[in-house]
Design a protein around this ligand. Sequence first.
Ligand code: AMP
Length: 550
Amino acid sequence: MPRWAEFAAALDAVSRTASKREKVALLAGYLRRLPEEALRIACTYLTGRVLPAGDPDKLQIGWAAVVEVLQDLSGASDREVSELYLRRGDLGDVAAELVARRRTVPLFREPLTLEGAHERLRRAATVRGKGAAAARVAALRVLLEQAQPMEAKYLVRVLTGDLRIGLKEGLLEEAVAEAFDAPPAAVRRADLLCSDLGEVACLARRGELGTASLRYFRPFRFMLAGNLSDPAEALGGAAREVLAEDKYDGVRVQVHRHGSRVALYSRTLDDVTASFPELEDPLLRLAPAYIADGELVAWVGDRAAPFSRLQQRLRRLDPLAVAADVPVALFLFDLLKLEGEDLLDLPLRERRRRLEALAFGGSVRLAAAERVGDTRSLQEAFRAARGRGNEGLVVKRLDAPYQPGRRGRLWLKWKEPFGTLDVVVVGAEYGHGKRAGVLSDYTFAVWDGDRLRVVGKAYSGLADAEIAELTQFFLQHTVRDLGRFKVVEPRVVLEVAFDAVSRSDRHDSGYALRFPRILRVRTDKTPQQASTLEEVEALYRRQRQPEDLT
Ligand code: AMP
């Protein structure tokens, strides 16, 4: 059986090279040699999880438990542990050092194997209730008693979910592809469908990636929306019909229903079913077997209530106790699997048709949506959504497939900016990538009496031609040249939108605009006509009110 020591050595080799190609090659070489079960385990561990996403068992072995066991084995004091941690900055390294100082070494040491270690952890993860924490600590103790320092280092890193070998998920997929001579795109797609790299690696080895499909109670990543900067863009210039859906302000959930079981998964793919027991019945009635996507909101008096109300539900240990105070409604807007058929590749138009045919009832509702084909109707839909108390719209292409894990332009979110201000540019900086040669990042300010005070920095929203023109202008009106950054004469006024105002000591105004984006250059305004710090302060105060009212 594959040794844990080899797994640790492979990870260590990967961490020691800075070259991505070499990391992938090293890992591929290691994975290729593993038999099926070990391959499955190693790949899951490589994603920073002991159990695949959506597994009903959870292995929570926190920092405190790891430290407790290490102290017990080595006799290290609290102080020693903290000093060691401060010096090394990583609990895995601390584990390696303390395991080397173990007071008693077992007489007979069986080498740790991937399967053996996993079996022990998996069994500990199934223990529920009172004995759960003790079972996990006991399992960890047995493993750390057996482990060599290097083995302990990677065991602890796996358990704390951070391998620190410089391999992002994309590279892991590449390594699996390289190990089994599979096309990287096929590995990626299978991984998006299964959310379980262990399973994907096994399929790749058998040459069966094509059979990967959505599975019940295996949550996968959500499709996300890009930002809509201009309503006309949503319609693709020419009149194209799109689906304008209400944008609900709550939490995103993926619903899986099969047999008598219903599960709700959050965006982080965690199982949040237990927080919303009242949804089980209506979800069971919806259809016998399906996977759907939607947004869960606090629902008071036939309207969505602010997100802060919903948070009260998420935090509670006894969800039914607050269910009456904070009722919820689940708005479904997509259907991804129905019975045995995956629907991801069907156009939204068709998925929506099938969703509408389900048996909605109780607090499970169909998201409000309307087909629109011109800018005016889109604007009306936006106003109507706001009138219903929702944030705005998510505008979706009717011909679009569902792309798990992607934030593209097929879905565009349009919410009312919290506010807009006219600001004066006081600094300009060279951008990155295709904006490397132009001054595209602007530091801007508002008036405090006759002084300008900085409130933020923005680098999105303007067209290339405008940026080119501004670059010329700023180069001619540079007051101090600090290399990449130019202090410029306060002559250009921009209209910026943002989501919130926060207190900040980063800028001399004491405030910072959150997520500022440039709407346009206000050539019609002189710098003297720009906004003032009083306006910023008023916006800051205004945004606190809704919170205070709930
Ligand atoms: P934001 O959180 O502002 O980036 O907006 C994206 C989020 O809007 C998504 O992740 C969903 O949780 C949420 N949302 C609300 N209504 C919809 C909808 N009809 N379609 C897609 N996402 C929605």
